[in-house]
Structure formats: structure tokens, C-alpha cells
Design a protein around this ligand. Structure first.
Ligand code: IVH
Length: 665
């Protein structure tokens, strides 16, 4: 077979396998076979660049990044739905539809209301051409590059019979499982948690890094088909067709002909939704006939032919028995409510965070109070109120503790912060253990042979008091009673192996407050060595794009601490990477010193991240938006019109990638 034909055949096959796996949930080949075919396709495509196709299955992670998203005006505005919260309001809507249709019989399509963010997809000749967010309803962001990474969204329709051009709308979601894993990772890295999968999905889809989007494994359900020549005049039937073309549609869609059937649907899913892999926050009811939809029309904000019924946030009342206090790695003290165990939305709840002293005060909480606990869109149960009528006179108000429950130090509250802190960072066990756990974490030193229990064990046995001690423990010490020599050897080896971990991750692993993975990377690339970073002033630090006052001050504070300096010197003596490696340093010049450069458009020779790194490596600063201070714009293809206009207005030069690369030669 000719190579061209094989490429086309492989693309077809892989689209089909992808559809079977992600849309139908019925894989027909093993992951291994899938990967094998994908590699074959990638190899062939590399040999035949003339056959490039942006909708090839190999392009799920594209590199066509832009500095911002282009705005696209929706062909049909993206409206929202009016909400109802009880059966009475649903009945009210049903009656008004009946009245407006002058007694004509009608069917209602009942479907789940997915709790993610809405997306509008355009297909021409069965190929995905565009994905746009809702935005303000009139125009949204073109997020096609990110949408392409979502496996449940077909790039090329596997089915047949679709119109030449159509739009399909739906919801992009982050499955619970992915959400929980992501938040666990963020917690370990001390990054702020996403409150719910919706926020996480939204943050992900708006990322400028399609690789990150691909890793986050978003899902999509489609619920509305729009266009000139749709298969039928009925919403439900059209979606069934769309399912045959290759789309994942709302689960459990049903047609109802009576109000009772609608209530039955609502009641069934109010319970059953807890078994779904993604978040839902209600039910959507739509008049099924498109002709009747047109007759009913719209109000200013929403269609008259559809309505949302929102599930109630589940709420229970239980007794607050005790408040305990947790001390984190940074010393922040968090009060926790311990309550009489109670069933809520499928799980037993007995603890809920009380956040901080102000939160306790705002409810005037007393020990023994009956509190209302809710689990709404947020997965973590929240205390939302107190039943004051059940408060007996003997109950005492809760006073925040004044001393650390772990080490006894007097707590402090810094100006402008809601939390109390234990200032004894060098001697307070959870702070010490927390720092060590952070140090060994996957995104830090990745010492995966030990986990929190081992850290706890070594700490209790006095083997480690700080991160540097990890490098001096030996097999004999770990082995103790002599039964775990093999695992001890493995642990020691993996700790020793971590000396190869690159400087930027070492910097992150040190656990400098507010220095997350990204800022550690930025600081490492800018200063290149720990020695340079250690002597940097606040102003030097704030020169780094993305580093603000809070981070800068925290870095200064960290390097002013004698104990930290001793630990660093020990780590250095054990051979940890204290500067960028030769590869990273290679090509480092100050050719772009003092230059503020905006990257915009799509590039061919290198990815946007690579250009960013090149700018930094050559002493320049990559900035996000165009201003009079911008030195020039590294401009790729398809730069947005508003950017071009702004550049022209401010008289800022556009430099194409070839010229840019020549500048660095
Ligand atoms: S139909 C004219 N169906 O809920 C409005 N919307 O305010 C057409 N949503 O942000 C929307 N599941 O993204 C429809 N099965 C479903 C839905 C759904 C979730 C979202 C939608 C919009 C909001 C409605």
C-alpha cells in the first residue's frame, strides 16, 4: 500500500478507536495496539509533511498556541436558562407552555444539566473547524486548540448523514476522578485548590497550554444541535442522530408527555446523579418540537421553550462536638469541626473545616451547637448555619486557641491574614514533616520510595529533622531491627539518585513559601544559580515576570534564615543541583537584555514555550500584553486583529520567527 493511503487509513482507524473508547465507552483494541498504530501514523506523517492535517488523530495535542484567544461572534447567541427550584415552579412553566401553544399537544425532552462550561462546536464536511466558549453569550473565545485535545469530541465524524455545516453545543466537564487527583496534586504542591470540577474545567480550557489541557482529561456531553438542514424537526431525535454521527450526548434523555413523567425523571436523577462520573446540578426541560420552540420564542435572556430545575444542595443538621486544630507545613492553623456523624449526599460526614477565627465568629459558634452542613457544588461539606433555637444556656462560645496544639508555641496572626500561624517552624513537628513530605513529592525531588508514613516513622525515630538529613540516613539506620534491608537499600538509593533532579525542581522542593512549581521555574531560569538567587534584592526578584512582592519578600525571608542557609550548604555538599545544567545554560547570552517581548500568533520552528525560554535565556523578558514599554512582538501567523491594531497604534515592531532566530545567532 502506498504510504499516503496508509496514512489516511490509519487516521480513519484511530478516529474510530478513539470514538469507541471515549464516546461509546467500548474499546475494541488494546491500548498497546492503539499506541502502536499511533506511532506508525506519527512516523509516516513525519516523512510526509505535505500531508499534514490539523484534524489528524496525531494532532490531539497541537502546538498552535496564541498569547490570547481570538474572539468569535456566535452565529446564534448562547443564552442561558431560567432556573426553577421546586415542582411548583416546574408546573408553572409547563402550564405557561400549554397556554402559549393554545392547547396543542406537546412533548418535553428531559435531560441532565451538566455542571461545567458551555462550548459551541462548528463542523464543516464532518470536520471540527472551531470550538468557542460562551463568553458573554454574544461572543466567546476561540479555544479550538484546546478543544482538539478532548477525546470525547470527534475531530472527524466517524458516522455518516450529517449536514454539510452545523453547530453543536454542549458542556465541557472535568470528571470527578480527574478533579480529585488534580486537587490532591495541588494540595501536595501547596497550590490553591479548585473549589469544584466546573472551576477546574474552566481554568483548564482557558489555559494557553494545550499540553496541559490534554493532561487534564476533560470530557464533553453535547445537548443542542443547530443549523440550517437538521435531520428532523425534533430536538430529541436530532440528538439521537448526532449520537450516531459520533457525539457523546446527555445521558438518560427521556421524552415526557405529562407533568408526572417530568417529576419522575427529576426524582430518579436527584438520587442517581451521584453515580455519574461528572458533576450535574439539575435537570433541563425542553419542548421537543423545534416548530413549537420557534412559536414559543425567547424572553430577553432565555428561551420560553426550556427551563432548568436545579437540584437542592443537600443539607443536614448535626451536633458540633469538638473543635480540633490542624497545623500545616507553613504553620497555618486551621480549625476543624468534629460533628456527630451524619449521612449527606452518599457519604458520611463528620468533619468540616471552620476555616479561621473570623468564620467561627461570624456564626457565633458554641460548642454543642446544632449546625447545618451542606454539600452543594463544592465537594467539601460546609457549615452554612446554626440552629440557634436548639442552643441551650449551658453552651460555651468557641474561642480560638492561643498556643500551637503540636508544639505549644504562642500563635501569631500577621496583618492582613485571616489565619493564625505557629511561628516555631524549626521545632514544630507537622511543619518539619510537612516540609520533608513536600521535598520528596513527585513534582519536587520525586523520591517515591518513601511516603508520609515513612517520613513520620523516621521523624519519630529521630533519623530526620530536616530535608538535608535524608541524605545522611544509611541502610543500617533504616533497617533497625534487621528485617527490611532490601527496602532500606532501595530507599537510600532513590534518595541518592535524586541528586540528579534539575535545579528548578530543587528550588521548588526547598518549600519557600509562595514559591510554587511555576515561580521556581521562573526564578531558576532567570537567576540560573542558587548563589545568584540568594543575593538578589527585592527589586531584582520582582524583575522576573510572574514574581510579585509576596513571592519576592518570601524568598528574601527564606535566605535570611540561618538554619535554611545551613541546610542549603549541606544539600550542596551532598551534590544536589544548585544551578541550571549545561544544556539549559547553553546559549545563555544577554543579547536581549532589557528587552520586553510579547509573543503572539502561531509558530512553525519552535513552540511558544521554547521561544519564551529562549527570550529568558538571552536575558530578555517575556511579557503578556502589548504596552508602550514593549520592545518588539515576536509575531507568528494568525496574530489576533486587536493585537495587530494595538501594535500599530503604539508603533511596536513585529519580528517574525526567522528574524528572531537570526538575532540570537
Ligand atoms: S440547553 C438556550 N441543555 O446550563 C439555552 N444547557 O443556563 C440552551 N447546560 O450554561 C441550553 N446542561 O451550558 C442545555 N442539557 C443541557 C445542559 C445545559 C448544562 C448549561 C448550559 C448553560 C446553562 C444554562
Amino acid at each position: 500500500m502506498e504510504e499516503k493511503e496508509r496514512i489516511l487509513q490509519l487516521r480513519k482507524l484511530l478516529h474510530l478507536y478513539n470514538y469507541q473508547y471515549y464516546v461509546l465507552n467500548q474499546p475494541s483494541v488494546s491500548d498497546r495496539d492503539f499506541d502502536g498504530l499511533m506511532h506508525e501514523l506519527q512516523d509516516l506523517e513525519a516523512q510526509h509533511p505535505e500531508l499534514f492535517d490539523k484534524n489528524s488523530p496525531s494532532q490531539r495535542v497541537g502546538s498552535d498556541l496564541t498569547t490570547g484567544f481570538t474572539q468569535v461572534v456566535h452565529k446564534y447567541p448562547m443564552l442561558s436558562l431560567a432556573n426553577t427550584y421546586n415542582e411548583q415552579d416546574v408546573a408553572g412553566w409547563y402550564e405557561s407552555v400549554r397556554k402559549d401553544l393554545a392547547g396543542e399537544p406537546f412533548e418535553v425532552c428531559c435531560e441532565l444539566k451538566y455542571d461545567g462550561l458551555s462550548i459551541s462546536l462548528t463542523y464543516v464536511d464532518g470536520q471540527l473547524v472551531r470550538g468557542v466558549t460562551r463568553g458573554d453569550g454574544v461572543q466567546g473565545d476561540d479555544v479550538t486548540a484546546n478543544v482538539r485535545t478532548i477525546r470525547a469530541i470527534p475531530l472527524v465524524l466517524p458516522g455518516t448523514g450529517y449536514p454539510k455545516e452545523f453547530e453543536i453545543r454542549g458542556e465541557i466537564l472535568m470528571p470527578w476522578q480527574v478533579f480529585e487527583r488534580l486537587n490532591a496534586e495541588r494540595e501536595a504542591a501547596e497550590e490553591p485548590l479548585f473549589a469544584n470540577p466546573r472551576n477546574a474545567a474552566s481554568g483548564t480550557l482557558k489555559s494557553l497550554d494545550p499540553q496541559l489541557v490534554a493532561n487534564r482529561q476533560l470530557d464533553a456531553y453535547l445537548y443542542s444541535l443547530l443549523g440550517e438542514d437538521l435531520p428532523t424537526e425534533k430536538h430529541y431525535e436530532n440528538l439521537q442522530e448526532a449520537h450516531k454521527w459520533g457525539f457523546k450526548i446527555s445521558e438518560g434523555m427521556r421524552k415526557a408527555s405529562t407533568l408526572q413523567e417530568i417529576y419522575d425523571f427529576i426524582n430518579r436523577w436527584d438520587e442517581a446523579r451521584h453515580q455519574l462520573p461528572v458533576a450535574t446540578d439539575g435537570i433541563v426541560l425542553k419542548v421537543n418540537s423545534l416548530r413549537q420552540q420557534r412559536a414559543l420564542g425567547f424572553t430577553a435572556k432565555s428561551p420560553r421553550w426550556a427551563i432548568a430545575y436545579k437540584f437542592k444542595a443537600e443539607r443536614v443538621c448535626t451536633r458540633l462536638d469538638e473543635v480540633t486544630y490542624q497545623v500545616g507545613r507553613t504553620g497555618a492553623v486551621t480549625p476543624v469541626a468534629n460533628m456527630q456523624p451524619v449521612q449527606l449526599a452518599g457519604t458520611t460526614v463528620k468533619r468540616a473545616t471552620l476555616n479561621n477565627e473570623d468564620f467561627i465568629r461570624s456564626f457565633d459558634l458554641h460548642l454543642g451547637d446544632y449546625v447545618y452542613v451542606e454539600k452543594g457544588g463544592e465537594i467539601i461539606p460546609k457549615i452554612v448555619g446554626v440552629d440557634v433555637s436548639r442552643r441551650t444556656p449551658d453552651l460555651q462560645p468557641i474561642h480560638f486557641i492561643t498556643h500551637c496544639p503540636e508544639c505549644g508555641a504562642s500563635l501569631v496572626r500577621y496583618e492582613g491574614e485571616a489565619a493564625y500561624y505557629c511561628p516555631n517552624d524549626a521545632g514544630c513537628p507537622p511543619q518539619i514533616k510537612g516540609r520533608i513530605e513536600h521535598f520528596i513529592a513527585r513534582k519536587a525531588m520525586n523520591i517515591d520510595s518513601i511516603g508520609p508514613e515513612t517520613v513520620d516513622d523516621y521523624f519519630r525515630r529521630g533519623l530526620i529533622r530536616n530535608i538535608a538529613d535524608l541524605y545522611t540516613i544509611d541502610v543500617q539506620q533504616i533497617n533497625g531491627d534487621g528485617s527490611r534491608e532490601k527496602s532500606a537499600r532501595k530507599i537510600v538509593n532513590s534518595i541518592r539518585a535524586s541528586v540528579e533532579v534539575p535545579f528548578e525542581r530543587v528550588l521548588f522542593a526547598l518549600g519557600i513559601r509562595f514559591v510554587g512549581e511555576t515561580s521556581a521555574k521562573l526564578l531558576a531560569r532567570h537567576f540560573k544559580t542558587l548563589d545568584a538567587l540568594m543575593v538578589a534584592s527585592i527589586a531584582d526578584l520582582m524583575e522576573v515576570e510572574g514574581v510579585g512582592e509576596v513571592i519576592a519578600e518570601s524568598v528574601i525571608r527564606y535566605f535570611h534564615n540561618e538554619e535554611n542557609l545551613q541546610i542549603i550548604e549541606r544539600l550542596r555538599s551532598y551534590g544536589l543541583q544548585m544551578s541550571l545544567n549545561a544544556d539549559q545554560l547553553q546559549g545563555s547570552t544577554d543579547k536581549l537584555a532589557g528587552k520586553s517581548i510579547v509573543i503572539s500568533g502561531v509558530f512553525e520552528r519552535h513552540s511558544r514555550d521554547e521561544y519564551k525560554a529562549m527570550i529568558e535565556l538571552n536575558g530578555g523578558k517575556n511579557v503578556g500584553s502589548i504596552s508602550s514599554k514593549t520592545s518588539f512582538i515576536l509575531a507568528g501567523a494568525n496574530m489576533g486583529p486587536s493585537k495587530l491594531q494595538k501594535a500599530e497604534k503604539l508603533g511596536i515592531a513585529l519580528v517574525d520567527e526567522e528574524t528572531f532566530l537570526r538575532m540570537l545567532e
